[in-house]
Design a protein around this ligand. Structure first.
Ligand code: PMP
Length: 285
Protein backbone atom coordinates (compact mmCIF):
# COMPACT_ATOMS: atom_id res chain seq x y z
CA UNK A 1 0.00 0.00 0.00
CA UNK A 2 1.11 3.53 -0.71
CA UNK A 3 0.27 5.97 2.08
CA UNK A 4 0.57 9.73 2.46
CA UNK A 5 2.47 11.31 5.34
CA UNK A 6 3.33 15.02 5.67
CA UNK A 7 3.51 15.77 1.95
CA UNK A 8 5.03 12.48 0.76
CA UNK A 9 3.65 9.36 -0.88
CA UNK A 10 5.50 6.33 0.56
CA UNK A 11 5.22 2.55 0.84
CA UNK A 12 3.45 1.92 4.17
CA UNK A 13 6.53 0.39 5.85
CA UNK A 14 8.61 3.50 5.11
CA UNK A 15 6.12 6.02 6.57
CA UNK A 16 7.23 7.45 9.93
CA UNK A 17 5.78 9.65 12.68
CA UNK A 18 7.59 10.83 15.83
CA UNK A 19 7.02 8.89 19.08
CA UNK A 20 6.51 12.34 20.67
CA UNK A 21 3.58 13.12 18.38
CA UNK A 22 0.66 14.24 20.54
CA UNK A 23 -1.66 12.06 18.51
CA UNK A 24 0.26 9.05 19.83
CA UNK A 25 0.81 10.32 23.39
CA UNK A 26 -2.48 12.12 24.07
CA UNK A 27 -5.02 11.29 21.37
CA UNK A 28 -4.58 14.96 20.39
CA UNK A 29 -5.84 14.65 16.86
CA UNK A 30 -8.85 14.45 14.59
CA UNK A 31 -9.83 12.22 11.70
CA UNK A 32 -12.19 11.68 8.80
CA UNK A 33 -13.23 8.59 6.85
CA UNK A 34 -14.43 9.07 3.30
CA UNK A 35 -15.82 6.20 1.26
CA UNK A 36 -14.90 5.39 -2.32
CA UNK A 37 -17.40 3.92 -4.79
CA UNK A 38 -16.56 3.29 -8.45
CA UNK A 39 -13.13 4.82 -7.72
CA UNK A 40 -14.76 8.14 -6.71
CA UNK A 41 -15.10 9.99 -3.42
CA UNK A 42 -18.45 10.13 -1.64
CA UNK A 43 -19.28 13.55 -0.12
CA UNK A 44 -15.66 14.77 -0.03
CA UNK A 45 -16.94 18.32 0.52
CA UNK A 46 -18.81 17.36 3.70
CA UNK A 47 -15.78 15.64 5.20
CA UNK A 48 -13.43 18.52 4.30
CA UNK A 49 -15.76 21.03 5.98
CA UNK A 50 -16.10 18.92 9.14
CA UNK A 51 -12.31 18.45 9.29
CA UNK A 52 -11.84 22.24 9.31
CA UNK A 53 -14.44 22.57 12.05
CA UNK A 54 -12.85 19.86 14.24
CA UNK A 55 -9.40 21.49 13.85
CA UNK A 56 -10.84 24.89 14.67
CA UNK A 57 -12.54 23.65 17.84
CA UNK A 58 -9.18 22.30 19.06
CA UNK A 59 -7.20 25.42 18.05
CA UNK A 60 -5.20 23.33 15.61
CA UNK A 61 -3.82 24.62 12.34
CA UNK A 62 -5.20 23.10 9.13
CA UNK A 63 -2.06 21.81 7.37
CA UNK A 64 -3.64 21.47 3.91
CA UNK A 65 -5.99 23.37 1.60
CA UNK A 66 -9.24 21.75 0.49
CA UNK A 67 -8.04 21.51 -3.13
CA UNK A 68 -4.77 19.85 -2.14
CA UNK A 69 -6.61 17.48 0.19
CA UNK A 70 -8.89 16.42 -2.68
CA UNK A 71 -5.82 15.85 -4.82
CA UNK A 72 -4.19 13.64 -2.16
CA UNK A 73 -7.39 11.57 -1.80
CA UNK A 74 -7.57 11.09 -5.56
CA UNK A 75 -3.90 10.24 -5.91
CA UNK A 76 -4.15 7.57 -3.18
CA UNK A 77 -7.21 6.07 -4.89
CA UNK A 78 -5.21 5.97 -8.14
CA UNK A 79 -1.95 4.63 -6.67
CA UNK A 80 -3.73 1.89 -4.70
CA UNK A 81 -6.28 1.12 -7.43
CA UNK A 82 -9.24 1.48 -5.05
CA UNK A 83 -12.59 0.78 -6.66
CA UNK A 84 -14.59 0.37 -3.42
CA UNK A 85 -13.21 1.18 -0.03
CA UNK A 86 -12.31 3.89 2.44
CA UNK A 87 -9.81 6.68 2.83
CA UNK A 88 -8.68 7.38 6.36
CA UNK A 89 -7.32 10.84 7.14
CA UNK A 90 -5.78 11.92 10.44
CA UNK A 91 -4.37 15.25 11.55
CA UNK A 92 -2.62 15.47 14.91
CA UNK A 93 -1.06 18.44 16.71
CA UNK A 94 2.43 17.08 16.06
CA UNK A 95 5.14 17.62 18.62
CA UNK A 96 7.98 19.86 19.68
CA UNK A 97 10.03 16.81 20.66
CA UNK A 98 8.87 16.52 24.26
CA UNK A 99 5.84 15.57 26.33
CA UNK A 100 3.83 18.30 28.02
CA UNK A 101 0.12 18.75 28.82
CA UNK A 102 0.22 22.30 27.45
CA UNK A 103 0.02 22.59 23.66
CA UNK A 104 3.35 23.32 21.93
CA UNK A 105 3.75 26.68 20.14
CA UNK A 106 1.59 26.44 16.99
CA UNK A 107 3.98 28.84 15.19
CA UNK A 108 6.83 26.36 15.36
CA UNK A 109 5.00 23.02 15.55
CA UNK A 110 3.80 21.42 12.32
CA UNK A 111 0.67 19.29 12.56
CA UNK A 112 1.10 15.71 11.35
CA UNK A 113 -1.10 14.60 8.48
CA UNK A 114 -1.51 10.98 7.46
CA UNK A 115 -3.80 9.35 4.91
CA UNK A 116 -4.18 5.72 3.88
CA UNK A 117 -6.64 3.63 1.91
CA UNK A 118 -8.57 0.49 2.81
CA UNK A 119 -9.86 -1.59 -0.07
CA UNK A 120 -13.35 -2.97 0.72
CA UNK A 121 -14.89 -4.77 -2.23
CA UNK A 122 -18.63 -5.26 -1.64
CA UNK A 123 -18.98 -2.17 0.55
CA UNK A 124 -22.16 -1.04 -1.22
CA UNK A 125 -23.64 -4.45 -2.00
CA UNK A 126 -23.18 -5.56 1.59
CA UNK A 127 -24.53 -8.89 2.93
CA UNK A 128 -24.55 -7.34 6.43
CA UNK A 129 -26.96 -4.62 5.26
CA UNK A 130 -29.33 -7.23 3.79
CA UNK A 131 -29.39 -9.10 7.10
CA UNK A 132 -29.49 -6.08 9.40
CA UNK A 133 -27.53 -5.50 12.59
CA UNK A 134 -28.14 -6.75 16.11
CA UNK A 135 -27.24 -4.19 18.74
CA UNK A 136 -26.89 -3.92 22.47
CA UNK A 137 -27.24 -0.78 24.55
CA UNK A 138 -24.45 0.45 26.80
CA UNK A 139 -23.99 3.49 28.96
CA UNK A 140 -22.44 6.50 27.23
CA UNK A 141 -19.47 7.49 29.37
CA UNK A 142 -17.56 9.53 26.74
CA UNK A 143 -16.46 13.15 27.18
CA UNK A 144 -18.77 16.09 26.43
CA UNK A 145 -17.42 17.19 23.03
CA UNK A 146 -18.53 14.32 20.84
CA UNK A 147 -19.17 16.80 18.03
CA UNK A 148 -15.40 16.96 17.52
CA UNK A 149 -14.17 13.95 15.56
CA UNK A 150 -11.16 13.13 17.73
CA UNK A 151 -9.07 9.96 17.56
CA UNK A 152 -9.99 9.29 21.19
CA UNK A 153 -11.83 6.06 20.31
CA UNK A 154 -11.11 3.74 23.23
CA UNK A 155 -14.63 3.66 24.66
CA UNK A 156 -16.30 3.12 21.26
CA UNK A 157 -13.81 0.28 20.67
CA UNK A 158 -14.72 -1.23 24.03
CA UNK A 159 -18.40 -0.88 23.13
CA UNK A 160 -17.81 -2.78 19.92
CA UNK A 161 -16.07 -5.54 21.91
CA UNK A 162 -18.97 -5.70 24.41
CA UNK A 163 -21.33 -6.13 21.45
CA UNK A 164 -19.18 -8.90 19.97
CA UNK A 165 -19.02 -10.68 23.30
CA UNK A 166 -22.83 -10.58 23.44
CA UNK A 167 -23.01 -12.11 19.94
CA UNK A 168 -24.14 -8.78 18.43
CA UNK A 169 -22.80 -6.41 15.78
CA UNK A 170 -22.69 -3.05 17.49
CA UNK A 171 -23.70 -0.97 20.50
CA UNK A 172 -25.87 2.11 20.95
CA UNK A 173 -24.87 4.42 23.77
CA UNK A 174 -27.40 5.74 26.28
CA UNK A 175 -27.10 8.84 28.45
CA UNK A 176 -29.72 9.96 31.00
CA UNK A 177 -32.02 7.32 29.51
CA UNK A 178 -31.74 8.62 25.94
CA UNK A 179 -29.84 7.11 23.03
CA UNK A 180 -26.98 9.34 21.92
CA UNK A 181 -25.49 7.41 18.97
CA UNK A 182 -23.82 4.16 17.93
CA UNK A 183 -20.14 3.41 18.56
CA UNK A 184 -19.31 4.69 15.06
CA UNK A 185 -22.63 5.81 13.60
CA UNK A 186 -25.72 7.92 14.18
CA UNK A 187 -28.88 6.19 15.47
CA UNK A 188 -32.48 6.35 14.17
CA UNK A 189 -35.81 4.72 14.88
CA UNK A 190 -38.87 4.53 12.63
CA UNK A 191 -42.49 4.58 13.75
CA UNK A 192 -44.97 4.41 10.89
CA UNK A 193 -43.73 6.85 8.29
CA UNK A 194 -41.80 8.93 10.84
CA UNK A 195 -38.03 8.85 11.29
CA UNK A 196 -36.76 9.93 14.71
CA UNK A 197 -33.14 10.83 15.43
CA UNK A 198 -31.42 12.85 18.13
CA UNK A 199 -30.94 16.54 17.29
CA UNK A 200 -27.42 17.91 16.72
CA UNK A 201 -25.54 19.18 19.78
CA UNK A 202 -22.18 18.61 21.47
CA UNK A 203 -23.54 15.20 22.58
CA UNK A 204 -23.14 13.50 19.18
CA UNK A 205 -21.02 13.59 16.08
CA UNK A 206 -22.61 15.63 13.30
CA UNK A 207 -22.63 12.80 10.79
CA UNK A 208 -21.96 13.68 7.17
CA UNK A 209 -24.14 10.72 6.17
CA UNK A 210 -26.84 11.87 8.62
CA UNK A 211 -27.11 15.24 6.87
CA UNK A 212 -27.46 13.63 3.43
CA UNK A 213 -29.89 10.91 4.54
CA UNK A 214 -32.19 13.37 6.34
CA UNK A 215 -32.22 15.54 3.20
CA UNK A 216 -33.14 12.54 1.01
CA UNK A 217 -35.79 11.39 3.50
CA UNK A 218 -37.48 14.79 3.40
CA UNK A 219 -37.29 14.86 -0.39
CA UNK A 220 -39.00 11.45 -0.43
CA UNK A 221 -41.84 12.91 1.71
CA UNK A 222 -40.85 10.94 4.81
CA UNK A 223 -41.48 12.69 8.10
CA UNK A 224 -38.36 13.50 10.13
CA UNK A 225 -38.38 14.37 13.83
CA UNK A 226 -35.12 15.45 15.46
CA UNK A 227 -35.53 14.72 19.16
CA UNK A 228 -34.28 12.46 21.93
CA UNK A 229 -35.61 8.91 22.16
CA UNK A 230 -35.18 6.27 24.86
CA UNK A 231 -33.89 2.75 24.38
CA UNK A 232 -37.38 1.49 25.35
CA UNK A 233 -38.94 3.57 22.60
CA UNK A 234 -36.38 2.09 20.21
CA UNK A 235 -37.27 -1.46 21.24
CA UNK A 236 -40.95 -0.71 20.51
CA UNK A 237 -40.21 0.91 17.11
CA UNK A 238 -41.20 -0.58 13.75
CA UNK A 239 -37.66 -0.25 12.45
CA UNK A 240 -34.30 1.21 13.35
CA UNK A 241 -31.11 1.97 11.50
CA UNK A 242 -27.74 3.67 11.68
CA UNK A 243 -25.82 5.88 9.27
CA UNK A 244 -22.09 6.35 8.71
CA UNK A 245 -19.75 7.14 5.87
CA UNK A 246 -18.31 3.62 5.96
CA UNK A 247 -21.55 1.60 6.23
CA UNK A 248 -24.02 4.09 4.64
CA UNK A 249 -27.52 3.18 5.94
CA UNK A 250 -27.48 0.02 8.06
CA UNK A 251 -30.79 -1.53 9.19
CA UNK A 252 -31.03 -2.60 12.84
CA UNK A 253 -33.16 -5.70 13.47
CA UNK A 254 -32.63 -6.39 17.15
CA UNK A 255 -31.97 -4.28 20.27
CA UNK A 256 -30.96 -5.94 23.57
CA UNK A 257 -32.45 -9.22 22.36
CA UNK A 258 -35.77 -7.62 21.35
CA UNK A 259 -36.67 -8.16 17.71
CA UNK A 260 -37.93 -5.14 15.78
CA UNK A 261 -40.95 -5.85 13.57
CA UNK A 262 -40.44 -9.30 12.05
CA UNK A 263 -36.67 -9.19 12.60
CA UNK A 264 -35.84 -8.28 8.99
CA UNK A 265 -34.56 -4.89 7.73
CA UNK A 266 -38.03 -3.40 7.19
CA UNK A 267 -39.27 -0.89 4.63
CA UNK A 268 -37.75 2.53 5.26
CA UNK A 269 -34.10 1.74 6.00
CA UNK A 270 -33.42 -0.36 2.86
CA UNK A 271 -35.16 2.29 0.74
CA UNK A 272 -33.07 5.08 2.27
CA UNK A 273 -29.92 3.03 1.70
CA UNK A 274 -30.82 2.64 -1.98
CA UNK A 275 -31.63 6.34 -2.45
CA UNK A 276 -28.45 7.35 -0.60
CA UNK A 277 -26.19 5.10 -2.70
CA UNK A 278 -27.86 6.15 -5.99
CA UNK A 279 -27.68 9.87 -5.27
CA UNK A 280 -24.20 9.85 -3.77
CA UNK A 281 -22.74 7.82 -6.64
CA UNK A 282 -24.10 10.43 -9.02
CA UNK A 283 -22.55 13.28 -7.02
CA UNK A 284 -19.22 11.49 -6.35
CA UNK A 285 -15.96 13.21 -7.24
N1 PMP B 1 -21.11 9.01 15.36
C1 PMP B 1 -19.90 8.53 15.67
C2 PMP B 1 -19.52 8.40 17.10
C3 PMP B 1 -18.99 8.15 14.65
O1 PMP B 1 -17.77 7.68 14.97
C4 PMP B 1 -19.41 8.25 13.30
C5 PMP B 1 -18.50 7.83 12.16
N2 PMP B 1 -17.20 8.18 12.31
C6 PMP B 1 -20.69 8.75 13.02
C7 PMP B 1 -21.50 9.13 14.07
C8 PMP B 1 -21.17 8.90 11.60
O2 PMP B 1 -20.60 9.99 10.95
P1 PMP B 1 -20.37 10.02 9.38
O3 PMP B 1 -21.73 9.83 8.76
O4 PMP B 1 -19.83 11.35 9.12
O5 PMP B 1 -19.45 8.90 9.06
Amino acid sequence: RIVYVNGEYLPEDEAKVSIFDRGFLMADGVYEVTSVLDGKLIDFEGHAIRLSRSLNELAMRNPISKDDLLEVHRELVRLNEIDEGLIYLQVTRGSDGDRDFAFPDPETTEPTIVLFTQSKPGLADSPAAKKGAKIISIEDIRWGRRDIKTVQLLYPSMGKMMAKKAGCDDAWMVEDGFVTEGTSNNAYIVKGNKIVTRALSNDILHGITRAAVLRFAKEAQMEVEERNFTIDEAKAADEAFTTSASAFVMPVVEIDGVMLGDGTPGRIAPRLREIYLDEMRKAAV
